[in-house]
Design a protein around this ligand. Structure first.
Ligand code: GDP
Ligand code: MG
Length: 540
């Protein structure tokens, strides 16, 4: 028998148990239930330790199970022949200590026989307590082909719980379809399966050889290439010592129980792995899907309306600070563009971005759908459904969060008015004051002339009368300054709008990640960890 790493079983069982725990809704119910059965059985079987080895004799009616039992026990403990009342229940023959009883209780085998005999080196049966077969529990099981449902159920139950499956057949029955159908399902159990070709006394040497070869070939086809074939005659005792040797080795190794459970674990893991579908290779949401989704969400969230308002608002704010002081108030008559969207300074709460139109909403839906199908294209059900469910956010929550992302990004870039505004403002006021002083001065001169008051002295600077210079210069410089500042502010407005757009795109990207991409990724991660757990359970 080829031994698998004994220490592997606890890890395999732990991994299978983890997979079962997260399998709900993700793997086939029956497959998960089967895996759970394996886990339960393993737990129960291992509780009884591996000092005893349960060997089940399985096969069709009349193959010689009971006769082989008797030959191995060295005593007629099992009733043989065509009509036997005992074959409706299992007979358990045990070698060695009585402490095997709890194990037989677990197996629900009531019919028990303590074997207190052994074989002397010369092959003779003798009374003994020290025996190389101590720890062996040989189970004479009801017929595999029994027409009675209860018998077949009993046979299947024992076959399910035994550590080593010892099939008994003969030259007439060895190709039996029912037996090989059963064996094929045990493809992983090669190391805990052996075949006894009984009644060798009925065959000449050539036929014996042909039978063994044929049976070996069929077993290979069944996937049980590791299962040995023993040519035996229960009647003459031929070949029995080889079977005894196998049993001694198996009992001595104390590995059959673990190997049996490992084989079961592999079958359960393999079935679940098959249900998981093939490894599609990519288990992360592609970067371009993430980017495309964020882009679509930005478009659908009405960001352009907002950045236009940011730009206009910036120009309006600039005009207020650096515009021509005499006409500043005109622009302030109309409401602030951002305030109108409830996005301006000091405006809290929900913004009044245009409600998502039907077209925008379906654009969002479409974007999410195409992100989902890009990710699930290669996956079998139920994964596309699970992933699409995970990545379908609540519409109003999504709108809310997009809205907030945009308000946030406007706020981030709201209160950083450029420093030059202050400087130009001071300059504008100084220039305006100069213009006013000039105008008032000129007014006074005009007034004096009107009332024929002696002419006021008009000082000059380089032949330009100072009041005239102040008035005209002040007005001209003020207008020029306002014009130039306006140009500069327009550039600044564009830059601020761009910054808001960039920040909004970043924040919308975060929303897209949190509400769509991450839930999708989590489901993909779950599939990935299921796969790795099942691969561990399979023993890879
Ligand atoms: N010739 C011959 N007959 C056998 C041998 N083993 C069993 N038989 C006979 O085959 C019949 C069925 O045997 P049994 O042990 O009851 O088969 P079971 O139904 O598998 O338990 C009985 O009549 C046995 O005497 C054998 O090695 N050689
Ligand atoms: Mg029998």
């Amino acid at each position: 028998m080829i031994a698998r790493q004994r220490s592997g079983l606890p890890d395999q069982l732990a991994a299978l148990s983890q997979a079962v725990a997260s399998a709900d809704g993700r793997l086939e119910i029956e497959d998960v239930a089967f895996a759970q059965q394996v886990l339960n059985k393993a737990e129960a079987r291992l509780k009884h330790g591996t000092t005893n080895t349960l060997v089940a004799l399985l096969g069709a009616t009349g193959a010689g199970k009971s006769s082989v039992t008797n030959a191995l026990v060295g005593n007629d403990v099992a009733t043989t022949g065509v009509r036997r009342p005992t074959t409706s229940s299992t007979l358990g023959c045990f070698w060695g200590d009585d402490d095997v009883q709890p194990l037989l209780d677990w197996l629900e085998v009531k019919n028990r026989h303590h074997v207190a005999t052994g074989r002397a080196p010369n092959g003779e049966i003798q009374q003994t307590t020290t025996n190389s077969l101590n720890g062996l529990v040989l189970l004479d099981v009801p017929d595999h082909d029994s027409v009675a449902v209860a018998h077949r159920e009993e046979m299947e139950r024992i076959a399910e719980h035994a550590d080593l499956l010892l099939w008994v057949t003969d030259s007439e029955k060895y190709a039996d379809k029912a037996m090989h159908d059963y064996l094929r399902r045990l493809g992983e159990h090669g190391t805990v399966t052996a075949m006894i070709l009984n009644k060798s006394d009925q065959l000449d040497e050539a036929s014996q050889k042909a039978c063994v070869e044929d049976l070996t070939r069929i077993l290979n086809d069944d996937g049980l290439d590791k299962a040995p074939v023993f040519l035996v005659s229960a009647q003459t005792g031929e070949g029995i010592p080889a079977v005894v040797e196998l049993l001694e080795q198996t009992v001595g190794d104390q590995r059959a129980a673990v190997e049996r459970l490992q084989a079961d674990t592999r079958v359960a893991a393999k079935t679940l792995l098959d249900g998981l579908g093939r490894d599609s290779g990519s288990d992360t949401v592609p970067g371009k899907v993430t980017k495309q989704l964020a882009r679509e969400l930005v478009e659908a969230s009405g960001l352009t309306v907002v950045t236009d308002a940011v730009e206009a608002g910036h120009r309006r704010d600039a005009a207020k600070r650096v515009g021509w002081p005499f006409t500043r108030w005109v622009r302030q008559l109309r409401p602030h563009p951002l305030r109108r969207l409830h996005l301006g300074q000091g405006s809290g709460g929900r913004s009044t971005l245009p409600e998502a139109s039907g077209a925008q909403r379906s654009r969002v839906d479409g974007a999410i759908r195409s992100a989902t199908s890009a990710v699930t294209a290669d996956l079998p059900q139920p994964w596309p459904e699970l992933i699409s469910e995970a990545s379908s956010p609540d519409q109003s929550e999504l709108n809310d969060r997009l809205d907030r992302a945009i308000s946030e990004s406007v706020r981030t870039h709201n209160d950083k008015n450029p420093a030059w505004w202050h400087l130009v403002n001071t300059l504008q006021i100084a220039v305006a004051v100069a213009a006013l002083v000039g105008l008032v001065w000129l007014g006074l001169i005009a007034l004096a002339a009107y009332f024929r008051i002696p002419e006021l002295p008009t000082p000059e600077y380089r032949e330009v009368p100072i009041p005239t210079g102040l008035a005209l210069g002040g007005l001209l410089i003020g207008i020029l300054l306002a014009f130039l500042s306006g140009r500069l502010a327009a550039v600044g407005a564009k830059r601020r709008a761009r910054a808001v757009r960039k920040e909004a795109e970043r924040q919308v990207g975060v929303v897209a990640d949190e509400m769509v991409i991450n839930p999708m990724q989590e489901e993909l991660d779950r599939r990935k960890s299921l796969r790795s757990q099942l691969e561990t359970a399979f023993g890879q």
